[in-house]
Design a protein around this ligand. Structure first.
Ligand SMILES: NC(=O)c1ccc[n+]([C@@H]2O[C@H](COP(=O)([O-])OP(=O)(O)OC[C@H]3O[C@@H](n4cnc5c(N)ncnc54)[C@H](OP(=O)(O)O)[C@@H]3O)[C@@H](O)[C@H]2O)c1
Length: 345
């Protein structure tokens, strides 16, 4: 373990004492993760900002696939400074800015992150962008390039296109050379989706999506569907797929995992693939590093432009998550958690 001196023993954090939604999550003073107790592969990060994620609402409600033991500090995504590194971590300097993902614990002044779930923050990327970059862009690239095999010249349809992953996917799809169609329930989110670089936007919530695309003057034949919504939307989007199209399952903001007809899958030679970015990083560390090399090069070239819908203090996270669960935002919401730099252990 490498670290300096005198870190505080406690920290401010959001604490979930009982699951449920709306929840009684509160800001509390809790023990700080000890630098001396770091695993060999872990990094202690002084958190500057955290990204809000739809999955937080599920985790806090106790309905997420990865269960947390009560009480727990929620939050999956952060940026901050390296404060200490485990014995097996190489190449990271104390004070260096990093962004990353954790199973829980991002809504706190300090967090422990596995070395395979971290990337350096490029100079010039503000904390607000860095706090909300790792999960949406990592997921979008993994889903489109590794799982969906999206190729230049193909057409991508993004369900939930104005969400954090959706807007990232629009930009990643364009960077991969695809024609991109963004779908949202809300016509008011057109601007955000078009600003992200979509070739077309369609406001749709139910009924025949292929028909809705046609009526909007959009060629409805698509090669890849990126599905953040689930439920009836998945089947409606699958009907838009071309021969040998791919449906990439990412999330279920509708609250329902879809039931899809095998005969439809068969007749068009469709691939249905899942993308779960969380475990992917540790199971596929080489591909994960390659993904961030690509993403940060695209960011540097101006191809990725994270849209920040709001920035809230720790005390505002619960309300913002409620809004997010209702689909109120277009883009990413982040929590500002900075504490004065300089303390060390
Ligand atoms: N598999 C993975 O590794 C992975 C990684 C990250 C996220 N996810 C999942 O992907 C999904 C999207 O995440 P996100 O961060 O982009 O969330 P987000 O920013 O909250 O965006 C979700 C979008 O889903 C739409 N939506 C919300 N409620 C809906 C409903 N009841 N019916 C239909 N559409 C609804 C909204 O779009 P409109 O209001 O514009 O229609 C909203 O913009 C979540 O389920 C999340 O858990 C999965």
């Amino acid at each position: 373990m490498t670290a300096a001196q005198t870190l505080p023993n406690t920290m401010r954090a959001l604490l979930v004492r009982e699951t449920g939604w709306p929840n009684r999550m509160q800001v509390a003073e809790v023990p700080r993760p000890a630098a001396q107790a770091l695993d060999a592969d872990s990094v202690l990060v002084r958190v500057r900002a955290a990204g809000l994620n739809f999955a937080d609402t599920l985790s806090i409600a106790g309905s997420y696939q990865e269960k947390q033991q009560l009480p727990f500090v929620p939050g999956a995504e952060l940026c901050g400074e390296v404060a200490a590194v485990g014995a097996g971590v190489q190449g990271l300097q104390l004070g260096e800015r990093v962004m990353g993902q954790v199973g829980a614990g991002a809504y706190a002044e300090w967090a422990v992150v596995h070395k395979d779930r971290l990337a350096r923050v490029p100079a010039g990327m503000p904390d607000t962008q860095a706090a909300g970059f790792y999960i949406p862009y990592g997921t979008a690239l993994c889903a489109l390039r590794e799982r969906g095999r999206l190729a230049a010249g193909e057409t991508l349809l993004v369900l939930g296109a104005a969400g954090a992953v959706g807007l990232a996917a629009v930009q990643v799809g364009k960077a991969l050379g695809a024609r991109v169609i963004g779908v949202s329930r809300s016509p008011a989110k057109r601007e955000a989706v078009m600003q992200a670089g979509a070739d077309a936007f369609v406001a749709w919530s139910s009924g025949d999506l292929k028909d809705a695309l046609g009526k909007a003057g959009v060629d409805p034949g698509v090669d890849v569907v990126l599905d953040m919504v689930g439920g009836d939307a998945s089947a409606a989007a699958m009907r838009c797929l071309n021969f040998e199209g791919r449906l990439v399952v990412v999330g279920f903001t509708s609250g329902q995992a879809p039931a899809l007809r095998a005969n439809h899958i068969l007749v068009k030679n469709i691939d249905i693939v899942g993308c779960y970015w969380g475990p992917y990083q540790q199971l596929r560390p080489v591909q994960t590093r390659r993904a961030f090399d690509t993403l940060l090069a695209w960011y540097g070239a101006g191809l990725l432009r994270p849209q920040i819908a709001d920035s809230v203090p720790l005390e505002g996270v619960a309300h913002a998550l409620e809004q997010l669960a209702c689909g109120a935002y277009a883009g990413k919401v982040v929590a500002q958690i900075s504490i004065p730099s300089g303390a060390s252990e």
